[in-house]
Write a protein that binds this ligand. Structure first.
Ligand code: BES
Ligand code: ZN
Length: 642
């Protein structure tokens, strides 16, 4: 290692048990796969699989979607590359799967039964499936069915869809939920191609993170191919009453019929976004880029499933003010899907880079003022989050063990906002042209590989720091990557448009006079969000009523506004004025980011907690398992003040 002695010691400690010394490199070379880096071998603590012994190179799925039973039933056939000649077991990740039969095929292709053992479930990791494979077969086929409670699937009654006619089903595999619908090596350390045949009710359209055909007929039988190798967390499937509308030759929207027009016009800039990203970072390598608009219970804003971004309908607000979400998921086509974190503890390599690229796309399409506003909002949120976050979770390079449940990463300002801030710092130090060229080369260099934070830091040293020693020092890089908080030399960002909002808010708090409608008439979601977010901890009953009277925040269709307004109402002791609207919002929407702040505000009083519990009981059947888990945690941890 070429770091300062003290820092290199720190790096070794950071690496801890996660990264062991390289085993005999000869074994790996003999099998034709070079080790991931000369110096480290990566252990993914969130997977039972043993990818140093055997790697899946291809997955073939044969599934039936059974809406009545809420099950996927069928088989997964893994094509295997045995790296260890003495291995006698294939270890897979599963969660709540019923394993019916396991078979292995030799070179002659005949499948014969194999014995296996399914271990007791670990609450986070699921059940280890150990298959006895003394002859190291090239292919192993597992016949199985999923559980109706599978953590990576949501099954929706027709009443929970836009059209209310047909049921709906979708997956969310990141971080470690692919194992709840496919038995596999559920670790980003390996990549595989896949194919699938899927049977569903005749009227249902099925889509996957693969080669969806815009003109596919609804036959009830679909086949897919994904020729680019992907990590398991990018496996995705959805089924429902879905239709397609093109945006461009290679981009389009899949949505329920009642939603597809609105979605296509909201996301009309997608092709321009792709071209902007291509100009910066090289060709889009996944052929099509389509967006699937999910029902509002989708637990995230978006998910970068390759060729088919999954998106919440809550960003469709009519004025394109929230399409940064698409810029974000598209950006993952480079940062994440092409160059992938080696383990979820390197999550910032996906989300930080992507948030930076997202902002660059937003700037190119909508101008610097908009990208500045977005940075200011995110960094305010970071400040709030860091104020109460355990400092070790404010470090980019998460230490082994600090992240017991990998799902918790998605809510952390560290990976996204601090990560993007770091890249903006690098850009400003070396200059935009130099940094753009660096990132482009980085994406090419590590294309279709998983990498660790250490690998990135080494690459950064060689290709940027050492070339510009007068502009950038490794000590600064290490402060960003290995130390908690945000370095005091971080670049500042200011927004001219927010200065206007600040002035309006301050004047109102002083005099009770609201900004003129000419001023607020120009405001977009970002300004409204900032207007509310910077209010005092609580307002008087009169102030809440005055704002509502003027702007009708209560009942707003804009989730970004709602997630900030309702907590302010609650903190101001005015919950009673908005109970039906809060309940309706929490019952309709399952996107964690939008609803968790409201639950968190409610549970701080005994009354609020009782209300939150009542609403949750109503909402629960419509929530995704991931959302249910998060809300349950908030309710369980709550210690109301009264
Ligand atoms: N890949 C993430 C979602 C994710 C992260 C799921 C970690 C599970 C574990 C996705 O790209 C994402 O970041 N979504 C954000 C979008 C936002 C930052 C524009 C979301 O869902 O809020
Ligand atoms: Zn992301």
């Amino acid at each position: 290692m070429r770091l300062l002695p003290i820092l290199s010691l720190a790096a070794v400690l950071l690496a801890g048990c996660q990264r062991d010394a390289a085993p005999a490199a000869a074994t790996q070379e003999a099998a034709g796969t070079p080790p991931p880096t000369p110096a480290e071998v990566v252990v993914d603590r969130h997977s039972f699989s043993e990818p140093d012994k055997v790697k899946t190179t291809d997955l073939a799925l044969d599934l039936v979607v059974d809406f009545e039973a809420r099950e996927l039933v069928g088989s997964a056939t893994l094509q295997l590359d045995w790296l260890d000649d003495s291995a006698t077991q294939l270890v897979l990740d599963t969660r709540e799967l019923s394993i019916e039969q396991v078979e292995g095929a030799g070179v002659e292709g005949v499948f014969v039964p194999l014995t296996f053992e399914l271990a007791d479930a670990d609450p986070v990791l699921g059940s280890k499936l150990s298959i006895n494979t003394p002859s190291r077969p090239e292919r192993v086929r597992i016949s199985y069915r999923t559980s109706p409670q599978a953590s990576g699937l949501q099954w929706l009654e027709p009443s929970m869809t836009e059209g209310k006619q047909q049921p709906f089903m979708f997956s969310q595999s990141q971080q470690i939920h692919a194992r709840s619908w496919v038995p596999l090596q559920d670790t980003p350390r390996i990549r595989f191609t896949y194919s699938a045949t899927v049977k569903a009710p005749a009227d249902t359209m099925v889509l996957m993170s693969a080669d969806n055909k815009p003109d596919a007929a609804r036959t009830g039988e679909y086949s897919f191919k994904m020729p680019q190798p992907i990590p398991s967390y990018l496996l995705a499937i959805a089924a429902g009453d879905l239709v397609f509308k093109p945006i461009s030759e290679r981009a389009g929207v899949w949505a329920e019929p009642a939603m597809v027009e609105r979605a296509t016009s909201e996301f009309g800039d997608t092709e321009t976004m792709i071209q902007t990203a291509e100009k910066l970072y090289g060709p889009y390598r996944w052929e099509r880029y389509d967006i699937l608009v999910l029902p509002p219970s989708f637990p995230y804003g978006g998910m970068e499933n390759p060729r088919l971004t999954f998106a919440t309908p809550t960003v469709i607000v009519g004025d394109k003010s929230l399409v940064a979400l698409i810029a974000h998921e598209l950006a993952h086509s480079w940062s994440g899907n092409l160059v992938t974190f080696a383990t979820s503890e390197d999550g910032w390599l996906n989300e930080g880079f992507t948030s930076y690229v997202e902002n660059r796309i937003v700037e190119a399409l909508f101008g610097k003022e908009r990208s500045e506003m977005e940075y200011v909002i995110e960094r305010n949120d970071l400040k709030t989050e860091f104020a109460s976050l355990d400092p070790k979770l404010t470090v980019l390079a998460t230490r082994p063990g600090d992240l017991p449940d990998p799902d918790s990463y998605s809510s952390s300002a560290t990976a996204y906002t601090k990560g993007a801030w770091f890249l903006q710092f690098l850009e400003q130090r070396v200059g935009r042209d130099t940094f753009d060229a660096f990132l482009r080369d980085y994406f090419d260099h590590f294309a279709f590989q998983g990498i660790t934070t250490t690998q990135f830091v080494d690459y950064l040293k060689t290709n940027l720091v050492d070339k510009h020693p007068e502009k950038l020092a490794m000590a600064e890089v290490e402060a960003w990557v290995y130390e908690p908080g945000v370095p005091d030399f971080a670049p500042k960002v200011e927004s001219r448009r927010f200065a206007v909002v600040d002035a309006g808010r301050t004047a109102w708090l002083g005099s009770g006079e609201l900004p003129s409608p000419q001023v607020t008439g120009e405001w977009t979601t970002q300004e409204w969000v900032y207007f509310i977010e910077r209010m005092p901890e609580s307002l008087s009953a009169e102030q809440i009523a005055q704002l509502d009277e003027a702007y009708a925040f209560t009942g707003t269709a804009n989730g970004e506004v709602a997630m900030r307004w309702y907590p302010l109402v609650v903190r101001s002791g005015q919950t009673a004025t908005a109970e039906p609207e809060i309940a309706a919002f929490l019952e309709r929407i399952g996107r964690r980011k939008l609803i968790l702040p409201i639950y968190s505000a409610l549970v701080r009083s005994a009354e609020g907690k009782a209300f939150a519990q009542r609403v949750f009981d109503q909402a629960r059947p419509g929530y995704h398992p991931i959302t249910t888990g998060s809300v349950e945690r908030i309710l369980a941890d709550a210690r109301p003040a009264e």
